[in-house]
Design a protein around this ligand. Structure first.
Ligand SMILES: C[S@@+](CC[C@H](N)C(=O)[O-])C[C@H]1O[C@@H](n2cnc3c(N)ncnc32)[C@H](O)[C@@H]1O
Length: 284
């Protein structure tokens, strides 16, 4: 295990099971866990596919238990996995925590779609707390436009004094955020990077300034990046060195890793732009 960063923001290179065991119990305000889904994605050459569903689930139960231990009594846990495994997570977790919301992160996918069944357009997220009578939920920080009533300027006549519908509301459990695309500013070279907007909603709602947010499967360190932007403290754990480098760069912790300079790879369309910008110099 290698630890980089400061007391505020830590990038940890290692296996999350080993790292979680070392952390004090009841010390984290919010955990966001986005593990490998056991669907054969390629994480920097490592294909994430277990021998059986049972072995995948047993591995998951192991880190789920550790996460629960590390969360404070007033803390929250957001967990993702593939649609086919979420029912197991749900049944496992509902005996150990209170599941307050079963969130559906929905996105429009313009890529190749299934032709002989209904293509998958969402990923499930569980929102759990340890104590349903004592947890952080900053609803005012995450309000969204209440389209139906307010836009059409409808009046609620059920009230004793008829009033215009609210123009804002707390989001429901279906969240629409675009997936991270190659041309987006936030894009990093990782197959399952989560959008900053998704993490902004979770971190704003379920933590306060100065709280500790932990991500055991940091990938591109989106959680830490957003936590830093929102003045929270963060710990991100990642097992692949290539992704640790992304974390060190995104969090401004270091511009080198083991003597090697860390640089963001230029995307194909940026290469053209660079050539375009450089060209006039030739005519100087
Ligand atoms: C689904 S991705 C997370 C993506 C991340 N949420 C983001 O926004 O970029 C899962 C990540 O977990 C990492 N990983 C897999 N097994 C791990 C382990 N045992 N400990 C720590 N990280 C692990 C993978 O390398 C991969 O980057």
């Amino acid at each position: 295990m290698e630890i980089f960063g400061t007391n505020q923001h830590k990038v940890i290179f290692g296996d999350c099971i080993d790292v979680l065991k070392e952390l004090p119990d009841n010390s984290v305000d919010l955990i966001f866990a986005d593990p490998p889904y056991n669907i054969g994605k390629n994480f920097n050459g490592q294909i994430e596919k277990w021998n059986s569903e049972e072995s995948y689930l047993n591995w998951c139960y192991n880190w789920l238990d550790l996460c629960i231990k590390k969360i404070k009594e007033s803390g929250s846990f957001y967990v993702m996995t593939a649609t086919q495994f979420m029912p197991y997570f749900d049944i496992y977790l509902r005996n150990k925590m209170t599941i307050l919301s079963r969130i559906c992160w929905y996105y429009d996918s313009s890529g190749v779609q299934a032709k002989r069944y209904y293509g998958s357009m969402y990923e499930p997220i569980l929102f759990c707390v340890k104590d349903k009578n004592n947890y952080t939920f900053n609803s005012d920080e995450i309000l969204v436009e209440a389209k139906t009533g307010a836009k059409r300027k409808l009046i609620d006549y059920r009230k004793s004094i008829p009033t215009i519908y609210n123009s804002e509301k707390v989001p429901g459990n279906v969240w629409e955020f675009p997936r991270v695309r190659y041309r987006m500013e936030e894009y990093e070279n990782h197959p399952t990077q989560k959008p900053t907007e998704l993490l902004k909603r979770i971190i704003k709602a379920s933590s306060n300034i100065g709280d500790l947010v932990l991500d055991p499967f940091a990938g591109t360190f989106t959680t830490n990046y957003v936590a830093k932007e929102l003045n929270r403290n963060s710990i991100g754990i990642e097992i692949q060195d290539e992704y640790v480098k992304i974390g060190l760069r995104r969090l401004n912790i270091s511009n080198e890793f083991r003597g090697e300079k860390i640089e963001k790879k230029i995307r194909t369309f940026e290469m053209h732009n660079t050539q375009f910008v450089k060209q006039p110099v030739l005519f100087d």
